[in-house]
Design a protein around this ligand. Structure first.
Ligand SMILES: [Zn+2]
Length: 705
């Protein structure tokens, strides 16, 4: 594309976009003019046809991690970024994974023999649904086995659900449990079933959660059809990443660096019982034959009969899972656009590329966006508009099995990342609908908010911010969530303390099913192709603000505010068993933190009017970049030393939800009063360190003339 011609056309649009003379945080007036020109290009260059072309190419065939098809996707990503002018690396890892979807069978054997469907039906209007390489439904990291037993319905299969069953006098020992999706991470359903003595676990999507109870089903509508199956990993270890190489990169077996590898039998927490997911038409075949007591009211789902707790002796089901596992080669694909002035400051954007099947919305709508952005950043660089700091665009492998590819890379480059990384933006499935949403670490919230106010949504009439606020009833505080687990930001954020955010557009979904394909995307996901273009602009603008600012636009003032909110919650949780507990001591530190954070904002803006020399600026920026590392505690959490951030973690009981100040929340969940003092001193130390660092930066900001 001819950039010079584009640029003159869009300079006009630029003037319109910034008609309010918005100033940019961290820039002085000279650098701001160049930045605004770059942003106007970033806003106007993304084309929906380009995004669509990438999405279609990436999702031609099912591409499970480790498959030949996934390698073809990696080749496409690599070639696209190379042609865009990025330096591309493909770091390989040898990790322990299912070799393929294996064999699964499920049948009723009593009162009559009936094999049950375990794969999505072919829908004639959707050519992808008849693809010969589409797998049956399966859960990776299931145990292997062939079991025949009576059945027990366990609702969502949460810890509380199993406790409830025990209190009702019902045992799952020697039975196959039937659990519905929802309420927790699926791996915990299997874990609790196994802990309670069950022989097997079947997980189904209830129509109340996605199905006809909610609205029209696929292909007429966008809720799960009777045969739609949610695939997914069951891994629930006390660390993230390759099961055989905790804390260490799973470097190739063929390489010259040897890595300590556990033997699979040394990993104590692998599930051993067979587990498989099914659609509600197959679940209905079993549930309708059950004869026991009716379920508690809250356990009733959307199928048109009364759910029962037990099936009784006249109902037997056979479940067989044969899932071969071994060492599988995976590779991340990472493109770098080196910074002209500060190549060792890294701004990292990422999304995984492996999928359960076609992965049109999850993950590859995010992949297509990152490729669109790579081409635009490459075009700008060719035009002489290179970023001052390095931008890395990462495509992770094997996220679906347990955030594996990104974790191995973080473990391999832990030292370099701790020193160099400014921020990590995650874009997993980021362009798959029309509703904007985000979750962020404190210091990136203002960057995100400011950018949404600058970036137009879709057709340029409104900003993302305006659309987002209107969709949420114009709240007083923008609804930015807390970041937890569930995707590739986790190793960056919870293991090594890199400020991270997740931002994207979503909507109805065929989550982890065979129908999350290009046909679904173009019919229901985002037929107008609005999200690809909108999120390319947003990610581009945020990345370039971090890359080109004179002083990094991270916001330390937000730490004090957010910590106060989380401390209130901690006090509430601890008082449930230790009524006199108070967070007053910690709040004295966070109050000081808030004050010093506010002073930072003032001093930073004053400093931008002065002429700080390069050495002074880089001292300031390095310290800003490292602030979040103050939360990293070498001992880590009581539920797993890999989780080193005192600030945030995934919920160790459910896997997905975010836990803020997790050291405290875990002791509260176990009512361990004797641990309060120790955790309080660890938290005080880290808050103090953060506070001292902000004071050090403030002293440096005062220096220049
Ligand atoms: Zn994903």
């Amino acid at each position: 594309m001819n950039i010079l011609r584009w640029s003159s056309i869009f300079f006009f649009v630029l003037v319109c976009t910034y008609s309010k003379g918005q100033s940019l945080v961290g820039f002085n007036s000279k650098s701001m003019d160049i930045q605004k020109e770059m942003e106007s290009l970033i806003i106007n260059m993304p084309k929906s046809e380009v995004f669509k072309k990438h999405l279609e190419a990436l999702t031609k065939e099912p591409h499970l991690a480790g498959s030949a098809a996934n390698k073809r996707v990696a080749d496409y990503i690599s070639k696209t970024m190379q042609e865009a002018g990025l330096q591309v690396e493909r770091p390989p890892y040898d990790i322990y994974l299912p070799l393929n979807a294996g064999k699964v069978s499920l049948e009723i054997v009593l009162p009559y023999r009936k094999p049950l469907n375990i794969k999505e039906n072919i829908e004639l209007e959707d050519k992808f649904s008849s693809d010969a390489n589409l797998n049956h439904g399966w859960n990776s990291f299931s145990g292997n086995g062939d079991v025949t037993a009576e059945v027990v319905y366990v609702n969502y299969g949460t810890k509380e659900d199993f406790e409830k069953l025990a209190s009702l006098g019902i045992s799952v020992k020697g039975k196959i449990v039937l659990a519905r999706y929802g309420g927790n991470f699926r791996g915990y359903k299997t874990k609790y079933a196994e802990a309670n003595g069950a022989l097997g676990c079947i997980i189904f999507t209830d129509p109340e959660d996605s199905g006809y109870t909610r609205g029209l089903v696929y292909p007429e509508g966008t809720f799960y059809s009777p045969s739609t199956i949610q695939r997914g990993s069951l891994l629930t270890l006390d660390y993230t990443g390759d099961p055989l190489t905790p804390f260490e990169p799973a470097l190739p077996l063929t390489g010259n660096i040897s890595v300590n590898r556990l033997k699979p039998e040394e990993v104590k927490d692998f599930h051993t019982i067979p587990t498989t997911p099914i659609g509600y038409e197959s679940a209905q075949e079993i549930l309708k034959l059950m004869k026991g007591k009716p379920v508690p009211e809250a356990w009733q789902g959307g199928l048109p009969f009364t759910y029962r707790l037990e099936g009784g002796a006249d109902l037997k089901v056979r479940l067989m899972v044969d899932q071969p596992k071994g060492i599988v080669r995976i590779e991340d694909v990472i493109g770098t656009l080196e910074g002209t002035d500060f190549p060792d400051d890294w701004i990292i954007l990422g999304c995984h590329y492996d999928a359960w099947e076609f992965g049109a919305s999850d993950p590859n709508s995010g992949t297509a966006m990152l490729l669109t952005l790579s081409e635009i950043l490459g075009d700008l660089a060719k035009k002489g508009l290179k970023p001052k700091r390095s931008i890395k665009i990462a495509h992770w492998d094997a996220e679906e099995h347990g955030i594996l590819g990104s974790t191995e890379w973080v473990e391999q480059y832990r030292n370099e990342l701790s020193k160099n990384a400014v921020a990590y933006f995650n874009a997993d499935g980021a362009c798959s609908g029309l509703s904007f949403g985000s979750a962020s670490s404190p210091s990136l919230k203002s960057l995100l908010l400011d950018a949404t106010k600058s970036v137009p949504y879709g057709d340029l009439k409104e900003t993302i911010y305006e659309k987002w606020m209107a969709a949420n009833g114009n709240p007083a505080t923008p609804p930015i969530g807390n970041l937890g687990g569930g995707s590739d930001h986790l190793p960056f954020y919870a293991h090594i303390g890199i400020p991270s955010l997740n931002a994207g557009m979503g909507g109805p979904t065929m989550y982890h099913s065979g129908y999350d394909d290009f046909h679904w995307y173009m019919k229901f996901g985002d037929p107008g192709l609005v999200s690809g273009v909108t999120i390319t602009r947003l990610m581009g603008v945020m990345a370039l603000r971090l890359a080109n600012s004179i002083i990094l636009p991270l916001d330390p003032a937000q730490y004090g505010k957010d910590l106060n909110t989380h401390l209130d919650n901690v006090q509430k949780e601890i008082r449930k068993f230790s009524p006199d507990y108070s967070v007053t001591k910690l709040k004295l530190i966070t109050d000081d933190l808030t004050k010093n954070g506010a002073l930072f904002l003032k001093l930073r803006d004053e400093a931008l009017l002065k002429s700080l020399n390069t050495a002074e600026l880089s001292a300031i920026n390095s310290r800003i970049k490292w602030l979040e590392r103050a939360f990293i505690d070498e001992k880590g959490m009581d539920y797993g030393a890999w989780y080193k951030s005192l600030y945030a973690s995934s919920d160790p009981y459910s896997g997905y939800a975010s836990w803020m100040l997790p050291g405290f929340l875990y002791l509260a969940s176990n009512k361990e009063s004797e641990k309060i003092a120790n955790w309080e001193s660890r938290y005080a130390k880290s808050f103090q360190q953060l506070n001292e660092e902000i004071k050090n930066i403030n002293a440096l900001l005062k220096k220049g003339k």
